[in-house]
Design a protein around this ligand. Structure first.
Ligand SMILES: Cc1cc2nc3c(=O)[nH]c(=O)nc-3n(C[C@H](O)[C@H](O)[C@H](O)COP(=O)(O)OP(=O)(O)OC[C@H]3O[C@@H](n4cnc5c(N)ncnc54)[C@H](O)[C@@H]3O)c2cc1C
Length: 358
């Protein structure tokens, strides 16, 4: 690890991996900082092994470039459940994947492309100079270090960089969820099994509060309660087998930055001149969105960009942007923002085959 990079990406989930790859492919020196020892975030460490669709729900692919590349990589080592004729059969381009081998493959891909990765490294503070992030402080196995970059990308899943830089956030509400997996490498497909609440909160223990992933006490209680619930269900025989447990809290929504534009349900079917990507909602076939560039930054800080599940969004807008394929899309865009002025981004995206309008 050097002391200076052109682009530093914090958080090695799918969004951060995509951002690092994207900036590196533009010839920039890139450091990716990850607090665990695995890349992929919720999609690997968090055991979420279902890649939501790359299509619009009407037989047309919407997401290309690095989303398609990482989709293929995720499916490379098995558990592929997509029908090759998904277009003709009215299915969606989505699939289960092998989350363990996906994590190992992400490390191989970034290493091959020359991205420096600092594992077991946690961002702890941000130092501002005027309206820019000038330095970040990280905790490594050797202690505290200070790192400098021209541009910083927040891919933490909890907007830690933005919060530390003084940018306001919207806070997510989370029900108690604990997903474990029955994993038999190369056999059938990994079965993901849920204890507690489903997406809409059904199954949340009666009388229990909801959780805010920005508060340490809530994180502690959530992690502990979720594990206790899973163990109880195992002891009662409701869960027959547990071969993998998640190593990070499975909060769906923690923080969304208050950027220059907030994507909401009102944006369904709306065209935006400054779109950086179009996609189909995973939960409503035919519902299309375009993401305005302003969802990825705040004018208050010049050299800081967001990607993944923290981009500026609310209600249904937040719900549809937080899934794996869209997180990879916004990661790719953030990587370009780290390399070029905003005015040049749409041209760069189109050169990469990214669909910016539906
Ligand atoms: C229960 C549940 C079910 C889901 N189901 C699906 C599904 O079926 N299909 C789908 O497509 N999506 C699903 N999702 C959503 C999806 O998995 C995530 O929203 C998406 O993977 C987020 O990617 P990300 O890169 O933005 O963030 P994350 O995956 O959260 O990655 C953030 C990374 O940053 C690291 N990090 C955090 N803070 C720091 C720090 N201070 N310093 C250094 N590193 C840091 C973390 O360790 C992590 O690796 C689900 C989510 C949940 C919780």
């Amino acid at each position: 690890m050097k002391k200076f990079y052109e682009v530093i990406v914090v958080g090695g989930g799918v969004a951060g991996v995509s951002a690092a790859l994207s900036a590196k492919r533009e010839g920039k020196s890139v450091l990716l900082i990850e607090k665990t020892s695995l890349l992929g975030g919720l999609a690997t460490t968090g055991l979420i092994n279902w890649f939501e669709p790359l299509c619009d729900g009407k037989g047309h692919q919407m997401l290309f470039s690095q989303v398609e590349e990482l989709f293929n990589l995720a499916l490379k080592y098995g558990y592929k459940t997509i029908d090759d004729n998904w277009q003709e059969k009215g299915l969606r381009k989505s699939s289960f994947f092998d989350h363990n081998l996906f994590a190992l493959s992400l490390n191989k891909l970034l290493s091959k492309e020359g991205v420096d990765i600092s594992y077991e490294t946690t961002l702890s503070d941000v130092i501002l100079k005027g309206q820019s992030v000038s330095l970040i402080e990280v905790l490594t196995v050797e202690g505290k270090k200070t790192l400098k970059a021209k541009a910083f990308i927040d891919a933490t899943g909890n907007a830690f960089l933005f919060k530390k830089a003084g940018i306001s956030i919207r806070e997510g509400v989370n029900y108690l969820t604990y997903a474990t997996t029955i994993y038999r490498n190369g056999v059938g497909r990994p079965t993901i099994q849920f204890s507690g609440a489903s997406l809409d909160g059904k199954g949340h223990p009666e009388g229990m509060k909801t959780f805010n992933g920005n508060k340490q006490d809530d994180v502690n209680e959530y992690v502990s309660e979720a594990q206790l619930l899973c163990l109880k269900e195992y002891e009662e025989g409701k869960i027959k087998e547990v071969s993998m447990v998640p190593a990070m809290p499975q909060f769906r929504k923690i923080a969304s930055i208050k950027g220059e534009y907030c994507l909401t349900s009102k944006d369904e079917g709306v065209h935006h001149k400054d779109s950086i990507g179009a996609f189909g909602a995973f939960n409503k076939p035919g519902a299309l969105y375009e993401i305005p560039i302003g969802c990825l930054y705040s004018k208050k800080i010049n050299n800081l960009y967001a990607c993944g599940r923290i981009i500026s969004s609310d209600d249904e807008g937040w719900e549809v942007i937080r899934v794996i394929p869209v997180a990879i899309l916004t990661g790719e865009v953030a990587g370009l923002l780290g390399a070029y002025p905003k005015e040049e981004i749409q041209d760069k995206l189109m050169c990469r085959g990214i669909k910016i309008h539906f």
